[in-house]
Design a protein around this ligand. Structure first.
Ligand code: C2E
Ligand code: CA
Ligand code: CA
Ligand code: CA
Length: 279
């Protein structure tokens, strides 16, 4: 038993070593990603739950490395957060998303909301509000068309501080969404104090909503809670008609997922939204 234990430890150590090496490799390459033009945004449309029309898009970051190919955000965002690189990358995302939406509107698309993911690390910076204001000023995008998606866990890290920042952003006219709702724990008392517009139900509760009664209870409970606080609900990860029907008939306001569209590159998103508006 002892030697088996030691073997396990050796495997574990080797795994950890490999993980550490991979992280260092990602970190080293990520440092040049912006200057070498390797980052791009894709956009996933969000719809009214009755499917009638698009309400906005979520901007999602993509990293195309010339040798390694596509590197998934789930692999590099955590590294960017740990090293602090997420601040520079996040600034780039914010400005690029505002510019691209403004460009679409200038090219004839009716005004739509663009949602940008914000990490805890960005939110904690004292100049965050100025950075957002700068992106709006530089792009010319009206503040009402920008939504910031902030995860439940990053808000709950320091709710007292978050309230001040979110209230400032709210006063600027920006809309706010609580992302990955249900995966952390929120104090309902705080939720009421945040100037939030949307709660986003995490994909993990939508995936098995047809069969898993706990997931269903959480999703429906979130909708009821949100509505009682005067908030709209977006469900993410909607892939089937049955999921859509369950969510829609229980009052979910907006939906996002492969059933409607995968995330699309700039030209693809513009064409998709243009066609959806004319339909
Ligand atoms: P998230 O904010 O929860 O984004 C939703 C994720 O679900 C996206 O993955 C999206 O492509 C995926 N998704 C949407 N609909 C469906 C569906 O119907 N089925 C399935 N299987 N997946 C669906 P993605 O683009 O890989 O992003 C993963 C995570 O990386 C995001 O989760 C977010 O936490 C983070 N992320 C992406 N872009 C940024 C960014 O610009 N800044 C920051 N801080 N984080 C980002
Ligand atoms: Ca999000
Ligand atoms: Ca608002
Ligand atoms: Ca999510």
């Amino acid at each position: 038993a002892k030697s088996a234990g030691r073997n396990n430890y050796q495997f574990f150590a080797a795994d950890m070593n490999q993980i550490a090496t991979e992280r260092l490799d990602i970190e080293r390459k990520l440092r040049h990603a912006i200057s070498r033009n390797e980052l791009a945004l894709v956009y996933q449309p969000q719809f009214r739950a009755d499917g009638s029309r698009p309400t906005g898009v979520e901007a999602l970051l993509r990293w195309h490395h010339p040798v390694d190919g596509m590197i998934s955000p789930d692999r590099f965002i955590p590294v960017a957060e740990e090293t602090g690189m997420i601040v520079e990358i996040g600034d780039w995302v914010m400005l690029t998303a505002c510019r691209e939406m403004k460009h679409w509107i200038d090219s004839g698309l009716p005004p739509l909301r663009v949602a940008v993911n914000v990490s805890a690390r960005q939110l904690r910076r004292r100049d965050f509000c100025e950075t957002v204001a700068g992106a709006l000023a530089e792009s010319g995008l009206p503040a009402e068309l920008l939504e910031l998606e902030i995860t439940e866990s990053s808000v709950m890290e320091n709710p007292q501080e978050a309230i001040h920042i979110l209230q400032r952003l709210g006063r600027m006219g920006i809309s706010l969404a609580i992302d990955d709702f249900g995966t952390g724990y929120s104090s309902l008392a705080y939720l009421k104090l945040f100037p939030i517009d949307h709660l986003k139900i995490d994909r993990s509760f939508v995936r098995d909503i047809e069969h898993d009664l706990n997931d269903r209870a959480i999703a429906f409970g979130t909708i009821a809670l949100a509505h009682s606080l005067g908030l709209n609900v977006i469900a993410e990860g909607v892939e089937t008609e049955d999921q859509l029907e369950l969510l829609r008939s229980n009052g979910c306001d907006e939906v996002q997922g492969y059933l409607f569209s995968k995330p699309l590159n700039n030209a693809g998103a513009f064409a998709f939204l243009h066609a959806a508006e004319r339909a």
